[in-house]
Write a protein that binds this ligand. Structure first.
Ligand code: HEC
Ligand code: HEC
Length: 267
């Protein structure tokens, strides 16, 4: 027994293990390179060569079709920083006041809307500038507002932003501990991944680029939340508002809209 050579095919155990190993390799190769690729519908994975390349992770140069996903809508091209347009000159504000004569019809004499258009008084300059840019580039669309932004120059938009930011904003010394504040505003909905509105829009904290929404007409706020939820307004960077709005219930949308509008009426 001890004289018997181990590594020879005449050794029954050695032969069996060699054939078994080869058999497993062949079967795996057939599964991996023939069966799985032929079951694939995606052209880039069919065929033995494609299967080998995709398993090895090499670039798929054989792939002719362009599968790069292009967004169907334009995205906002504006980057907002906390310091953006923070220091406006008196000159800029003055020019903005003149330009704003065209806007009073809808946004009110001093930026406080009497209709259901958004207020602009005291809005952060960066927000006004960004929204005007977005209307101009088509990242945000509205039948009424889009044509208003088309012919504004970059300087016009900066001046308008400076002017409106300089006006007194709707007073809203709300506290989020206030019993009037709906849960969605003060606490959000953690189970649905919704941060409190007040964490971005003021009250708890203000995140750069988040508009001042106190005093906005309820109909406007509600319409915007629904537009974000449905994806008809898509100019929010990184989908911050779309992610919030689509996880809100209709009751929460109503409650938040009413809350932010009611602050104004309390004055
Ligand atoms: C005919 C009415 C009308 C006129 C005139 C008008 N706007 Fe508007 N504006 C609107 C409406 C309506 C909206 C809300 C659009 C929406 O629902 O998306 C809006 C939205 C805006 C917003 C976005 C505000 C926000 O909180 O997101 C800005 C900024 C703005 N307008 C600035 C201007 C400026 C500056 C002018 C003048 C050059 C102007 N608008 C003229 C009706 C008007
Ligand atoms: C993570 C931060 C964040 C949270 C939380 C958040 N928002 Fe926003 N919200 C934003 C930003 C940023 C924008 C501006 C989007 C853009 O660039 O157009 C915005 C825009 C809006 C607008 C449009 C305002 C306008 O003038 O057009 C409304 C209305 C709004 N948010 C309501 C809410 C409500 C209600 C909640 C709570 C349920 C909420 N947001 C929670 C960041 C936030």
């Amino acid at each position: 027994m001890s004289d018997e050579r181990l590594f020879t095919l005449r050794n029954r155990w050695f032969a069996t293990s060699v054939f078994a190993t080869v058999g497993v390799a062949v079967v795996s190769a057939l599964i991996g390179f023939v069966w799985l690729p032929s079951a694939q519908r995606d052209a880039s994975f069919t065929g033995v060569w494609n299967a080998i390349c995709s398993a090895a992770g090499v670039p798929r140069v054989w792939h002719s079709g362009d599968t790069t996903v292009q967004p169907t809508n334009r995205l906002s091209a504006v980057e907002v920083t906390p310091q953006m347009l923070a220091h406006a000159s008196a000159n800029s504000i003055g020019r903005g006041a003149t330009l704003a004569l065209r806007c009073t019809m809808c946004h009110g004499e001093r930026g406080m809307s009497q209709a259901n258009s958004p207020n602009l008084a005291g809005q952060y300059a960066s927000v006004i500038y960004k929204q005007l840019m977005d209307f101009q580039t088509g990242a945000r669309t509205n039948a009424v507002m889009s044509p208003m932004a088309v012919n504004l120059s970059d300087q016009d938009m900066r001046d308008l932003a400076a002017y409106y930011a300089s006006l007194p904003r709707p007073p809203a010394q709300r506290k989020v501990s206030d019993s009037l504040a709906p849960g969605i505003v003060s606490h959000g909905a953690p189970m649905r991944n919704v941060a409190p509105c007040a964490a971005c829009h003021g009250g708890i904290d203000n995140k750069a680029g988040s508009p001042w929404i106190d005093g906005l007409p309820a109909a406007y706020t509600k319409a915007q939340l629904i537009a974000f939820a449905k994806g008809t307004r898509t100019n929010d960077i990184n989908e911050v508002m779309r992610n919030v709005a689509r996880n809100m219930t209709p009751e929460e949308i109503d409650a938040a809209s009413a809350y932010y509008a009611r602050e104004l009426n309390k004055q």
